[in-house]
Design a protein around this ligand. Structure first.
Ligand code: NAP
Length: 262
């Protein structure tokens, strides 16, 4: 079979050349994998995190690999930090085209009838309000650049419930509704906004609080009978944030080893 004209020249194409991207929570797990992949694909990446050591390590790894990145210490649950990050992205790299609102926590594990009030507030502040504060300032900056693309990190638990994580489940359901609403508002203004829903992914979010046995039984909840990797999530984010997904907005995509198909 003949090789289609142009095939060789696009084979090694970088998907995010000349783009400026913000990745929140980029110092660990999924955010770190996203930041590394986006830099590999030519983006200048603004890595944010509360964890300074983790954020700086991600940026150092990008620099070592020849990529462009800067770390900004920022708390996603603070609106003023959302503005600060966008201002730094614009001042440092001249604009903003891509954002991955990924920073998140698991929160307390308890039934709704005895769930700690402060724990509820903290999870909603970071996992839901943080996504809004991010988009609140990212969208105007993208409009000023002629358009952009946002991925909000939801979860399979944005589509179904699970016992003892009411705040996390409520926040992730909220992220999907917020994503759909914002996508409608900017669909004709060249800003695409989508949500990604990972199954259980092997990151510190899980390994900090669960032992080997628990991880094994959680892996068994997925038809593929394993946990996902941060890199598997980052590949879906990359596609959604690239021009390859030019007709995709307001959507929610699972990357979950079949979890939600059950
Ligand atoms: P992770 O390894 O714990 O990474 C999350 C990063 O976000 C950490 O560096 C964390 O810092 C940081 N962070 C927490 N609160 C923050 C805040 N207010 N502002 C800025 N940074 C903050 O977790 P992950 O598994 O990669 O999770 C990333 C996202 O994927 C989250 O939204 C999570 O809900 C979602 N997700 C994860 C899974 C999973 O199974 N792992 C499944 C579905 C969805 P600290 O370490 O200092 O807290």
């Amino acid at each position: 079979m003949a090789v289609p004209k142009g095939w060789v020249s696009t084979w090694k194409m970088k998907l995010l050349d000349k783009k400026v991207a913000i990745v929140t929570g980029g110092g660990s797990g999924i955010g770190r994998a996203v930041a590394l992949l986006y830099a590999q694909h030519g983006a200048s990446v603004v890595v944010t995190d509360l964890d300074e050591a983790g954020g700086n390590a991600t940026v150092a790894d990008i620099h070592t690999a020849g990529g462009v990145a800067v770390f900004v210490h920022a708390d996603s649950s603070k609106p003023e930090d959302g503005l600060k990050v966008v201002d730094i992205a614009t001042a440092t790299y001249g604009g903003l085209h891509i954002a991955v609102n990924n920073a998140g926590i698991g929160g307390p594990i308890a039934p709704t009838g005895s769930y700690p009030i402060d724990g509820w507030q903290k999870v909603i502040d970071i996992n839901l309000n943080g996504v809004f504060y991010g988009m609140r300032y990212q969208i105007p900056a993208m409009l000023a650049c002629g358009g952009g693309s946002i991925v909000n990190m939801a979860s399979i638990l944005g589509k179904v419930g699970t016992r003892f994580s009411p705040a996390y489940v409520a926040a992730k359901h909220g992220v999907i509704g917020l994503t759909e609403t914002a996508a409608l508002e900017y669909a004709d203004k060249n800003v695409r906004i989508n949500a990604v829903g990972p199954g259980y992914i092997l990151t510190p979010l899980l390994t900090k609080s669960l032992d080997e046995g628990m991880l094994k039984s959680i892996a068994g909840l997925h038809p593929m009978n394993r946990l996902g990797t941060p890199e598997e999530v980052s590949e879906l984010c990359l596609w959604l944030n690239s021009d390859k997904a030019s007709f995709v907005t307001g959507s929610y995509y699972n990357v979950d080893g079949g979890y939600l198909a059950q």
